[in-house]
Design a protein around this ligand. Structure first.
Ligand code: BGC
Length: 848
């Protein structure tokens, strides 16, 4: 294992920082621009707003990345030669924020005591509310920038209140005043998700910078000056919170009813005929494009549209071409349109043109028919639409089916319908000339009975007794014995250990048993597979968080036992300096002593923070995903991490989900494709794999260990499973993490239907499945309706590893073995199947 002993900046860091800076503009979305941008030259600039100095590089929690340094907006502007005229404002704001943080932390400390939760957990994801204040807006120059920041993270959801989803009175007042005062004014959004811009809807220029990791400030300066241009598009609809159907009932402690069914995001807004502030797929650039469909080809397997894109403006740019289909209403209701595929052009100079050919599977337009447990293309006309935004498309042609075609038969996940859905009933969206386009559309006829139907065999791997042999892992490594023979030779106890992560008591663990820090060989790694088989030569798989880079401890010491012990807190809530939790203070003091005693033996690992998930998706560019995956993969190799606990691809069902910034989109096709592209690139690195998460319907943080998502099967399959399905089929990620929440009353990690039946049997997943951290544990008692998951339940469902594991998990598994009275009785075969998959993965990832 290579270790970096010098604190000096390393060559790989410099390279990665430059790469992140160069790709970041593609992730930014220009929402408005009335001739303000680009600025042309760096002169005097008046800089205001919460994110000017306190820029957010990415959210909090396990999705945070510990870096050496990142460039905030103030520094980025200064680096680019701007003369900032508002130092006094920025200093005064800092003092106000510091006071607000202190008061907020004091309030939380009191609440934590009565909550019954460990304070560290209680603080997770809590963000200080944006304070109100009155500061003079006196910066010189004719140009002003207001950077509005919002932060969030795991453990807490966002709220539709001023200072979070809404703007505060202070923000509205100052933004409006600055827009009037300065000739050139830009509202910059340093946010991980939607903010309701209604009160400032007419501002001259609005740039969604998002949260871009290490180079946020430099990349912004590049775009302001026109050295680069924004070319991102929204992957989530922006509207007022009341307009989202998911707002009703969001955050219920026990049961969250997904009453909107498949009508999530634009599928809802289109069908309900609501005009959102900014639609899905929307984004401007510094130039304009003409997007024209040229031809449509279709057969029983594939649909291909050819589109020409011409840059008609005077600045270079890239355009995203989006292809949607509108399926006919039949027995099943249908959205107005659904995204089928998309492509981004190369950089086009003024008047340059490019022809793109965009294809997708005909069967991808099928809907899930709950009654017949099958996917069906219903009889009728499927219009294919092409455009550069969901609300700016034109009909490229149509495909007509002469009858119903069943494309796939499956086994049901839910026995029955669990929630009464509301289908939007207004007049759906439409545009002038749409009816004419429909009449004129060229129609390609397809015979339904020539479309192939996929079937599945459902199998469970649960055989094999103990062999009683003694086999060393070396024999497997050398090809003398098979993995199967090896696991057959193990005792029940060792099999159980393979099915739970490596765990230590708080004392053994250096930085304590803090969640997300159970790694032993790599400091700050979130976990590892067991060490109990070390003496027979088996390696452990080392796992570290993402998705905005690799989350590790930046500094650690190495013991003679080979254990890497964090010398800094690897996990931040963003508020610890105000928390004064005695346990954490003790931990810090212990670490300081650890460093002192280690002398020269102190090691450093500074990973690179890449753009957050949503920002990456906003690029709509799979090549860019590949670049991000490559940064992560090369750092995994360098720091000896096997499994990256990312990408996170939960659907952005509501803007209120506190972890949306880690996720990609409200649309499953984007979520699936982006995570597949990142996975492919990470897995090109020797010994590295991704862990796609959180499988599935993990769409809120409130009461996250015990929250039950109540969803009908059509929505489960068409919306919430779809992205995972695309990623698994396209890129075969080495691992998958189940979620904390329950789905229709069952913990997802205990769901045989989701793990064995769908993931493995239907999609052919070949990797390992792990639980989310401490889903079985007693992090806290739930006062509500549901209880913790059980380790035995995990094994029975095919969730191979319970992370990070503990003695109770091992005991639960061993007790369940052949005990008919346990609620999840296990056979040795059940245990063996999970353990074998873990060993297969160790073999695969250590075969360098
Ligand atoms: C998060 C996961 C993360 C894990 C390990 C959990 O709290 O939900 O996303 O990978 O911790 O840090």
């Amino acid at each position: 294992m290579k270790r970096i002993c010098s604190k000096e900046i390393q060559q790989f860091e410099r390279e990665h920082i430059n790469v992140v800076r160069s790709i970041s503009p593609e992730c930014m979305v220009l929402l408005r621009n009335e001739g303000v941008l680009p600025l042309g030259r760096a002169g005097k600039i008046a800089l205001y707003g919460s994110g000017a100095r306190n820029t957010v590089k990415g959210g909090t929690g396990s999705g945070d990345v510990n870096v050496r340094h990142f460039v905030n907006v103030e520094e980025g502007l200064r680096n680019a030669g701007f003369d900032i005229t508002t130092r006094a404002w920025l200093d005064a704001y800092d003092r106000i924020l510091d006071k607000a943080r202190r008061e907020f932390a004091d309030e939380l400390k009191v609440k934590a005591k009565t909550s019954g939760m460990p304070p560290f957990l209680f603080f997770m994801g809590k963000v200080v509310p944006e304070p109100d204040y009155e500061l003079p807006l006196e910066g010189g120059g004719d140009t002003a920038l207001y950077v509005l920041a919002r932060n969030s993270g795991e453990g807490t959801d966002r709220a539709d209140v001023p200072g979070d989803v809404r703007l505060t009175e202070t923000e509205i007042r100052d933004i409006r005043a600055l827009n009037d005062k300065y000739e050139k004014f830009i509202l910059v959004l340093n946010v991980g998700g939607m903010v309701d811009l209604a009160p400032v809807g007419d501002i001259k220029a609005v740039l969604l910078v998002s949260q871009l990791g290490v180079s946020t400030g430099d990349a912004l300066a590049d775009v302001l000056l026109g050295k680069a241009y924004p070319s991102g598009k929204l992957t989530m609809t922006w509207a007022g919170m009341k307009a989202y159907p998911s707002t009703d009932g969001f955050g219920d402690l026990d049961d969250t009813l997904y009453k909107e069914g498949i009508y999530v995001g634009y599928r809802y807004f289109d069908k309900a005929g609501i005009i959102p502030a900014y639609p899905f797929g929307y984004g401007l650039g510094y130039t304009a494009f003409l997007v024209e469909p040229k031809s449509l080809k279709a057969d029983t397997e594939t649909i291909t549209v050819t589109v020409s894109v011409k840059n008609t403006g005077s600045f270079a740019g890239k355009e995203v071409v989006q292809v949607y289909y509108s399926a006919p209403e039949g027995r099943l209701d249908k959205p107005y349109q659904e995204l089928a595929a998309y492509a981004k052009t190369k950089e086009l100079r003024p008047y340059e043109e490019q022809e793109l050919s965009i294809s997708f599977a005909t069967a991808a337009m099928a809907s899930f028919d709950e009654e017949n447990a099958s996917y069906v293309l219903e009889k009728g006309r499927y219009y294919i639409r092409v455009g550069n935004c969901s609300r700016n498309t034109h009909i490229a042609g149509a495909v007509e089916l002469d009858g119903d075609a069943v494309t796939e038969r499956v086994r049901r996940i839910c026995r029955e319908s669990v929630v009464e859905e509301r289908i939007p009933s207004n007049e759906p969206v439409s545009y002038e000339g749409e009816a004419d386009e429909m009449i004129r559309a060229c129609v390609i006829k397809i015979e339904a009975d020539r479309i192939a139907c996929v079937g599945h065999t459902y199998s469970e791997d649960t055989s094999d007794p103990a062999s009683g042999e003694h086999i060393l892992w070396d024999d497997v490594r050398n090809g003398k014995r098979s993995v199967k023979e090896f696991v057959q030779s193990l005792s029940d106890e060792n099999l159980a250990y393979l099915c739970i992560g490596a765990y230590q008591s708080a004392d053994e663990c250096g930085a304590g048993g803090v969640i997300g820090n159970a790694g032993m060989l790599v400091a700050g790694a979130a976990g590892e597979t067991t060490h109990r088989l070390d003496d027979i030569g088996m390696e452990s798989l080392i796992m570290a968080d993402g998705p905005a880079g690799l989350r590790l401890s930046t500094c650690y010491t190495l013991g003679e036992d080979g254990m890497a012990r964090s010398a800094v807190m690897p996990f931040s809530t963003g508020l610890e300096e105000y928390m004064e939790i005695p346990e954490m203070e003790r931990m810090k003091a212990k670490m300081e002593k650890q460093v002192e005693e280690a002398g020269e033996n102190v090691y450093y690992q500074y990973g690179t923070a890449i753009p957050i998930g949503t920002a990456i998706a906003q690029s709509w560019n799979e090549e860019l995903c590949g670049v991000c995956g490559d940064i992560v993969g090369s750092e995994m190799e360098l720091f000896s991490v096997n499994l990256w606990l990312a990408p996170g691809l939960n659907i952005q069902r509501s803007p209120l989900c506190g972890r949306n910034f880690e996720y990609y989109s409200e649309d499953p096709v984007i979520s699936g494709n982006i995570s597949a592209a990142i996975t492919a690139s990470v897995q090109r690195h020797a010994g590295c794999g991704t862990t796609i998460k959180h499988y599935m319907c993990n769409n809120q943080e409130t009461n996250r260990f015990f929250s039950n998502s109540v969803v009908n099967e059509r929505a489960i399959r068409e919306i919430y499973l779809k992205g995972f399905e695309i990623c698994v089929k396209r890129a075969q990620p080495h691992a998958l993490m189940t979620s904390y929440n329950l789905l229709n009353g069952e913990h997802t990690c205990s769901s045989k239907a989701l793990i064995t039946q769908v993931l493995r049997n239907e999609w052919g997943f070949e990797g390992i499945v792990m639980s989310d951290w401490r889903v079985t544990g007693s992090m806290r008692k739930n006062a509500g309706k549901y209880s913790s998951a059980s380790a035995a339940g995990c094994v029975r469902a095919g969730n191979d590893i319970v992370m990070p594991g503990g003695d109770e998990d091992k005991d639960d598994i061993l007790t369940a073995l052949n005990d008919a009275s346990h609620s999840y009785t296990l056979s040795r075969g059940d245990l063996l199947a999970c353990a074998k998959r873990v060993c297969d993965m160790v073999e695969l990832l250590y075969k360098r």
